[in-house]
Design a protein around this ligand. Structure first.
Ligand code: MEV
Length: 417
């Protein structure tokens, strides 16, 4: 049985998760300004985010005691843990992923004969791959391999010729290598096509690097709240209705997917990965059929249990980039215990599905404001100057009075009735 972290004082939680005293002090210190100074330009400090852990996740039969999440939004970590606990009662999440293939694009303009260019590049593909993988020092890598070259003709006036360079990025996110490969290959592609290379850059629509996850939530567990009066089958029906809403309406889908990304981004950030890339890919993938739709869906199975499914691109790595230099990211990866980038992507897909379930369940039942208000009240109490046990006491009073305002928190803190 996993420890209930929230029952432990803050400084005892790392040890309860098996982290050493040294790792605990790294978590407290985070990224130093000196380390940050090597990462970007004009550094003046370090911006902190709360790092929490979601519990109760079981992915492909393997329990993950702590899923690290860096996020400023209240209730996301608790919601994920709650959903994971319900899914665990049916064995947890089943997850999978494609090969970690990234796409690099070379845009070629003024190609005199498109058909001939396609034929020339097609005939040279093996040689080009061999050059990238074996001969050219800037594109040879222990972690990644060029695995394909494809050509596309885009409708435009005049038609545009684009070459896709496919890389199996292994355990790296791969952006640097793919960009290098596009730039390295461009002169030869110009020669073969007779065109002029313009852009040479990775595509963030990483639709060959997908992860998916599913889970079953037993219907009777949906009602497990002391103050709930809605029958479980009714809750399940409302969740399916919420899913169908997002599936057919882009306005709702954007919010549905935002909830998913609350979970996804939090793990992506905690592990030092590029969350803008993951965001761009997820939303482009959600619109892949010409209409923006839900990344996760829910249905009832023959027994009336809820079955959820999510599929999205997840270009994340466990080597290179900030995953290597950010001290907290190292500990986050250690907590997750993932051995490959694909395993990391699979866990993240599960977190996205869990977060989506918790959000639409709350929306279909009491609405999300009640839970949000309790946490908002804590922030107001802290803003009013409350510390220690006074935070919870004043927050509880604000909620009871349904008056979550700074002036009231200050008054309570000053002992006013
Ligand atoms: C809020 O950050 C996320 C939700 O709006 C997601 C949703 O509506 O599904 C609650």
């Amino acid at each position: 049985m996993s420890v209930r972290l929230r029952d432990l004082p803050l400084d005892e939680r790392p040890a309860a998760l098996g982290l050493s005293a040294e790792q605990a002090s790294i978590l407290r210190a985070g990224l130093s300004p000196e380390q940050a100074n090597h990462m970007i330009e004009n550094v003046i400090g370090v911006f902190g985010l709360p790092l929490g852990v979601a519990q109760h996740f079981i992915v492909n039969g393997k329990p993950i005691p702590a899923v690290p999440m860096a996020i400023e939004e209240a209730s996301v970590v608790a919601a994920c843990s709650y959903a994971a606990r319900l899914a665990a009662a049916s064995g947890g999440f089943r997850a999978g992923s494609s090969e970690p293939i990234m796409i690099g694009q070379v845009q070629l303009l003024g190609v005199p004969d498109l058909v001939q260019a396609q034929a020339q590049i097609g005939a040279a593909t093996e040689a080009l791959l061999c050059w990238l993988n074996e001969e050219n020092p800037t594109t040879r890598s222990r972690h990644a391999r060029a695995v394909g070259i494809e050509t596309r003709v885009l409708e435009s006036q005049p038609p545009m010729f684009v070459v896709h360079v496919l890389y199996d990025c292994g355990d790296a996110m791969g952006a640097n290598l793919v960009n290098t490969a596009c730039e390295a290959l461009a002169p030869e592609l110009e020669r073969l096509s007779g065109g002029r290379a313009n852009l040479r850059i990775l595509s963030n629509l990483s639709d060959r690097r997908l992860a998916w996850a599913s889970c079953t939530i037993r219907t009777e567990l949906l009602a497990a709240r002391e103050d709930n009066t809605i029958p479980p089958a009714e809750i399940a029906r409302r969740i399916v209705e919420a899913s169908r809403f997002a599936e057919v309406d882009p306005y709702r889908a954007a919010t549905h997917n935002k909830g998913i990304m609350n979970g996804v981004d939090a793990v992506v950030i905690a592990t030092g990965n590029d969350w803008r890339a993951v965001e761009a890919a997820a939303h482009a993938y959600a619109a892949r059929n010409g209409r923006y739709t839900a990344l996760a869906t829910w249905r009832e199975d023959a027994e009336g249990n809820l079955v959820g499914y999510i599929e999205l691109p997840l270009a994340v790595g466990i080597v290179g980039g900030a995953t290597r230099v950010h001290p907290t990211a190292q500990i986050a990866l250690r907590l997750l215990g993932v051995r490959t980038a694909r395993e990391l992507a699979e866990v993240i897909a599960c977190v996205g599905l869990a977060q989506n379930f918790a959000a639409i369940r709350a929306l279909a039942m009491e609405g999300i404001q009640r839970g949000h208000m309790a946490l908002h009240a804590r922030q107001v109490a802290i803003a009013a100057g409350a510390t220690g046990e006074a935070v919870e006491r004043i927050a509880a009073q604000l909620v009871a009075e349904r008056n979550i305002r700074l002036e009231r928190a200050r008054a309570l803190l000053n002992g006013e009735a």
